[in-house]
Design a protein around this ligand. Sequence first.
Ligand SMILES: [Zn+2]
Ligand SMILES: [Zn+2]
Length: 434
Amino acid sequence: MNFNVYGHDQQWLIVDCGVSFDEPLMAPYLTKPEPGTSKHHVVAPDPTFMTERRDQIAAMVITHAHEDHIGAVAALWPRLRCQVITTPFTAAVLNRKLAQAGLVGKVPIDIVQPGSQKTVGPFTLQWLTITHSIPEPQALLIHTAIGSVLHTADWKIDGQPVSGKPFDAAPFRALSNLPLLAAVGDSTNATKAGFSISERICAEGLFATIKSCEGRVVVGCFGSNIARLISLGRIANKTGRYLACVGRSLENMVGIAKETGYWPDDIDVIEPAHVGYLPPEEVLVVATGSQGERRAALNRLATDSLPFFELEAGDTVIFSSIVIPGNEKPVERLVEKLYNKQVRVIQSEHTDLPIHASGHPCVEELKLMYQWTKPEIVIPVHGEPEHLHAHAEVAKSVGVRKTFVGRNGDVYLLAPQPGIRRNRIKVGRIPLVQ
Ligand SMILES: [Zn+2]
Ligand SMILES: [Zn+2]
């Protein structure tokens, strides 16, 4: 979960405000959790440092609508009470969350277009369109009187992202003229060689897989990956199937994509209630629950507890996702239940066709980013210590002279004298009730 805070001239800029799922309240790298330590379904960052300085918050910027970046806004805003700045798709997702929390109309949301510029307090912000796995991902360039910082947020280089514009290196290349004090960036795939695969290649892999299926096809994927859903809609059109979305988060996201103009007119989505009346070979269902979540659609399908239809022998379930570390057991149990129903299961880890594409940069993408932007310092974030260290090594390999690898609660001084102050800020996790 992300909660980054940039300080300059007695003012603070918060970048992202996310949650994490099924976590203990103490980060595992700080203490080895005792077996049986209680986990909380949803945890948020402890915002005490900022709530104690509420008058000094210039704004909160949300870079994109993934839960680990947006999920804690509704819960923490009443303690922060600052303006929230974000782009239209992300604002639409946020508004639904605020409505559920009874906060709609109370939180001042300033909607900016991707690529715009705006000054809040001592920070001049420039949004840079990047590619990721959700509509409207934005990197943020933060200018101050003493220097500029690039906050990449989550990104990858995708030349054919299916939804949205292809990755454009020009705005990043332009940063090499700046002096760029620091780049703060995504470490998720810093241990993976090469390049991430394009969403377009993933669509081709899914098409080849689904084309040869005979019964019903159910695809598990993240609801927020609108590009993946669009690809599946096109595959449904090409293979004579009807597309249905099962699971609340998926239905919500498709609704928001339609509202904000990200859903193509030529892709129809049928009501899940109609699926039961269709011949199996005409069914393509996208379902939530690819991480084995107990109450999500895939698990309910595996236990025949969805009202719309049941899976039978000869049907296929495709996991267009990876197993997020920590979820191996629930996914294994889900797959087992599907096998017991004689349903064919295809997981991205066990097939040669590309049926999942990560939204994060691998080693070669990180190298390009630093060759283009030439930051004085690289600060790896968004990863476990292993990923942060790997990311720092990648940066050094392309000539970045300084890298700061730290932990939650460390303060990074960027100018005039760069350095890290370890453990300066009280941080932690607080449980959220859902
Ligand atoms: Zn993220
Ligand atoms: Zn993300």
